[in-house]
Design a protein. Sequence first.
Length: 461
Amino acid sequence: MADDNRSGLSDAVEKGANTANAIRGAVKTGKAIAGAAKGAAAGPYGMAAGVLWANKKHIGKIVLAAAVLLLIPILFILMLPSMIFGWIGSLFGSGGGATPNMIMNDNAAIEQNIGEISSAVRAVLGEGMADVIIRIDADFASSGGDQLEIINPYADDLVYNGNLFISQYSAYKNEDYENISLTDMEDVLRRGKDQLYSFTRKEETRQTTVHNDETDEDETVSEKWMIYTVKYNGEAYFADSVFHLNDEQQQLAQNYAQNLSVFLDDGLYQYLSSSEYRIGPSYEGVVFTDGRTQVTYYNQLDNRWANIMYGKSSTIGQAGCGPTSMAIVISTLTGAAHDPIELSNWSVENGHRCEGNGSYHSLIPESAKAYGLAVEGCSVSEPQRVVDALSSGKLVVAIMSKGHFTKAGHFIVLRGVTSSGKILVADPASYSRSEQEWDLSIILNEARKNAGAGGPLWIIG
């Protein structure tokens, strides 16, 4: 009987491995499965089963974990990096020893892992930022300039796709499961910190007024200013130059990262589902007049730009809710037309495009400021502040998580409040949702709770 049980478990693990391979093929062709496991365990089934099978000579040590895994009734069948879930390696040590640590049912443990990994990535990015400032100072010292100005979009909030860093590291380790660790990941990232950020320089001649003590008069003098703009090279640089991933590994890392964004509900994955992605008519000239402010409406699925690329990996129609939301806001509050194409280009050029996922949350406050608009972050615990802002004619951008507006992450614009307290929205992916009135509680409950850049709500105007 005991031998039969061991044989049955081995068969189950082999089937799991075959399933994992099939899933891997599906993921690589863009057919990732993302299902919610409500009321049951959720875990990296494909990855774990594949790892178990690859290490089948050690199956005696981990067969119990395999049994528990394979008996889960409802599965999140995703290719997820094992380091998040503690399956292989010693994540918070120096590595060594493939000891299964089943935390996939422990949200607190998963969040702790994510938090520590994110902190480690942020620390390396901070070192990279300090490095680029030192390089700028050195460049200025030898430039012959009189004054310098540094334009740094990342000074207040480092932007990065932590999921993609994690995923690239996982792809980089390939089958070296025993040595996966946070310490090792930090070491790998730190090797390339001096190239995380680059800068460009341009010269300007500016007139300034100085006081001449000898003549006791003000004089106008010309000064040579050196204008430096910091650029984030980020994840693409690491994929090519630090992790040295081939095309297949880079695609696998992108799929890992997308699935992580869905699983972790971090609002970075902003793709429309296949059922939502329907290129529609032109909404040229559509203006909402039922709120305090008349709002110019843009839709990312508008046939004028839905198929235009937003960055390198997707179109405006697929992932352009962020730029489209800001096109709505900026056009409305400045009184001049700024369409989604313009805002998408601005996002890419200024480092706010999160390739493979959508837009960094920093897009909202930084683009508002770039177009001369006042912007303030707002939390979900400040409902009256939201209502007051809308009542005074301001607009509010929200990053939403799974719920009425999205199956993953999605930016929308709150454009007004009715006399009965209902919220009016401008949803860049749905004109029909934009015509409805919404309970503020729905929006606050479904807004992404741990958004970056001051979110999940931004009051603009």
